[in-house]
Design a protein around this ligand. Structure first.
Ligand code: 6GU
Length: 226
């Protein structure tokens, strides 16, 4: 998969992509992430990409011209399956959306800043708008990093144990069961007997029950969605 990201602060995106699983995905050639600085398409030699909003009010708006030029230049080189704008008024990201996007070939992500981007870019180019939750961040970059991570780890071959993403929280709308490692007795608190039993069928049953119980206790709404 190839992901192109348009941003005025691409530096913010670098570190999250250079470590751990996202690094491995790229090293293995399963994921390519290309960061593009929007200033490259600025309207003047001062690097201007934002301006005051019509109608007045505090906060700058990202101008349509640099974004349109950037999007058109990238779209001339390949067909994007989705042009995604990261915005707090977008659709809330969830595992289903991440799963769907992980099946695509080329994604273009646009990170907004200030008051956001001119509405006409949303109307004319953007095919999908995604939020990562009901709170406001200073820009779309951290949200894009979250989205790339959620998608990237699902690409076949990225995780060591290929099946492990299948048992993540939210696959099947269930939260993950509790997990334990050594020691068996941690300061008087013991690992549940069933996990020490060696009976794999019983262990799977127990994990499923724990998942359901945990989901009922913490996120009952998820059970209605499935
Ligand atoms: Cl995608 N962008 C910004 N700026 N804030 C957010 C968000 C996105 N998702 C939640 N809050």
């Amino acid at each position: 998969m190839r992901i192109d990201i348009l941003s005025v602060l691409p530096e913010l995106l670098k570190s999250p992509l250079e470590h751990s699983i996202m690094k491995r995905a790229q090293d293995k050639g399963l994921l390519e992430v290309h960061l593009h600085h929007l200033r490259k398409w600025a309207v003047n030699e001062y690097g201007q990409i934002d301006d005051y909003q019509y109608g007045g009010g505090a906060g700058m708006v990202m101008m349509p011209e640099p974004l349109a030029k950037a999007i058109e230049e990238l779209c001339a080189e390949r067909k994007y399956d989705e042009i995604i704008y990261l915005t707090p008024d977008g659709e809330n990201l969830n595992q289903r959306i991440a799963n769907t996007l992980s099946l695509k070939e080329n994604l273009l992500m646009i990170c907004g800043h200030y008051k956001g981007i001119d509405e006409r870019i949303r109307e004319q180019y953007v095919t999908k708008e995604i939020s990562i939750g009901d709170y406001v961040l200073s820009g779309g970059e951290l949200a894009a990093a979250v989205l790339v991570d959620a998608i990237g780890r699902l690409l076949p071959g990225v995780l060591n144990d290929e099946t492990s993403a299948l048992f993540d929280s939210f696959q099947d709308n269930l939260l993950a069961p509790p997990v334990y490692t050594r020691p068996e007795d941690f300061r008087g608190s013991k690992v549940p007997d069933v996990l020490m039993s060696g009976d794999h069928r019983k262990i799977e049953e127990w994990r499923h029950e724990q998942s359901v119980q945990r989901t009922r206790d913490r996120r009952p709404g998820l059970l209605d969605e499935s």
